[in-house]
Design a protein around this ligand. Structure first.
Ligand SMILES: [Zn+2]
Length: 391
């Protein structure tokens, strides 16, 4: 069958050269064979890689598009929540504008899909969600967007939030979130009862933010795993951050990791510093899926972040002391195939998968992570969506 588009003169990660044929937004064939096609694109020898996937981002929080706002200090999660709410009341640029700029920025760097956590609280209600649902529709051609209803102000400490989380799922959020059942709500069972009840009632997955440290955090992870197993939600629950996994002794780590593996709970890490980081290889060796994401990009939580997932992979390598090509490839998977799988999207460069690619002027995945070239050609469902210079 004649292909609609042939991306030719490209290099595959295994070192071979060839072409990718695309039809109806999907990969029709790939390899050394060059098919006849209606149109062709000369890859000029670039390396072709699957489009990048951001497993954790906050489209509603970003301050991109505003003049730079100096960071408001606050050394606990609770203080940061209040600082953010204060700042939010003063911003007159809506989420739809700021989120749109962030989506375009991410796309330009090679990101083709993302999971966004949107704040749900009794002050803002579902306003952020409504804006993100509109963005999801508006940017369908550029980005697959999955939305988590995220109780940033807690659930029990902000009465009314549980009802709002239910309403958020009914309004179109894809997953229900949670936040430090002990550290923020002070009631592990009470918090998790509500989150898992909503997930069970609506048949949606879960992605919780867990900053609680040490033995307390590990206890919460095991509680999350027990509830996941009890509800049969295996493979549909993720925990973001889980710093505690980076500070457990061998006994507690093995106990917790084996339960996470049994419940197939995925762990998202941004490779943060200077807090402890979940150890990637030991988790994977225990059978736990690990993925990565940007988290805060120029918002009330951090003045930093640029959404570059190749840089994120390099940060993972830096924090985990990864230097070999194999290790750099492992880190690349944390920002491509791993989050793609977590958000339930076909991943990798295979026939039938979405034609979502990034072309880079390098020779290997290792070089892509080390070099992080500025020149990136991005295809979304077979369409070249690379911004034109000067845009
Ligand atoms: Zn987050």
């Amino acid at each position: 069958m004649r292909a609609e588009l042939l991306i030719e003169n490209i290099r595959f990660p295994d070192g071979t050269s060839g072409a990718v044929a695309v039809s109806q937004g999907r990969i029709q064939s790939l390899g050394p064979e060059v098919l006849a096609a209606s149109r062709s694109f000369d890859g000029e020898g670039a390396l072709i890689l699957p489009g990048l996937v951001d497993g954790h981002v906050h489209l509603d929080k970003t301050l991109i598009g505003l003049p730079f706002i100096p960071h408001i200090p606050g050394d606990t999660v609770g203080k940061r929540i209040e600082a953010e709410k204060h700042l939010r009341r003063t911003i007159d640029v809506p989420v739809e504008t700021r989120g749109a700029l962030l989506i375009e920025k991410l796309s330009a760097q090679g990101t083709v899909a993302l999971r966004s956590h949107v704040d749900i609280d009794t002050e803002i209600g579902l306003m952020g969600l409504e804006a993100e649902l509109a963005l999801k529709e508006r940017y369908r051609h550029l980005m697959d967007i999955q939305i988590v209803a995220f109780p940033q102000s807690g659930i029990l400490r902000d009465p009314g939030t549980a009802d709002l989380l239910n309403a958020a799922i009914e309004a179109g959020a894809d997953l229900v979130g949670g936040l430090d059942p002990a550290g923020i709500d002070g009631d592990v069972s009470g918090h998790l009862d509500i989150v898992f009840d909503i997930a069970g009632k609506h048949g949606v997955g879960i992605d919780l933010h867990l900053h609680d440290a040490g033995a307390l955090g590990a206890f919460e992870l095991r509680q999350i795993a027990e509830r996941t197993l009890a509800l049969g939600l295996n493979g549909r629950v993720a925990v973001s951050h889980a710093f505690c996994l980076g500070e457990l002794d061998a006994f507690d780590f093995d106990l917790t990791a084996s339960l996470l593996a049994k419940a197939d709970i995925a762990i998202m890490t941004t490779a943060p510093g200077p807090v402890p980081m979940p150890p990637v290889k030991p988790l994977q060796a225990a059978g736990v899926r690990v993925f990565s994401g940007s988290d805060n990009i120029r918002d009330a939580w951090s003045p930093f972040g640029n959404g570059d997932l190749l840089e994120r992979a390099a940060i993972v390598c830096d924090r985990q002391d990864y230097r070999s090509d194999e290790d750099l490839e492992l880190a690349f998977a944390l920002v491509s195939d791993a989050p793609s799988q977590v958000i339930g999207r076909p991943s990798g460069m295979t026939v039938g998968a979405p034609a979502d690619f990034i072309l880079l002027p390098v020779r290997s995945i290792g070089e892509a992570v080390a070099e992080r070239p500025a020149k990136r050609t991005v295809f979304k469902r077979g369409v070249n969506v690379t911004p034109v210079a000067g845009d």
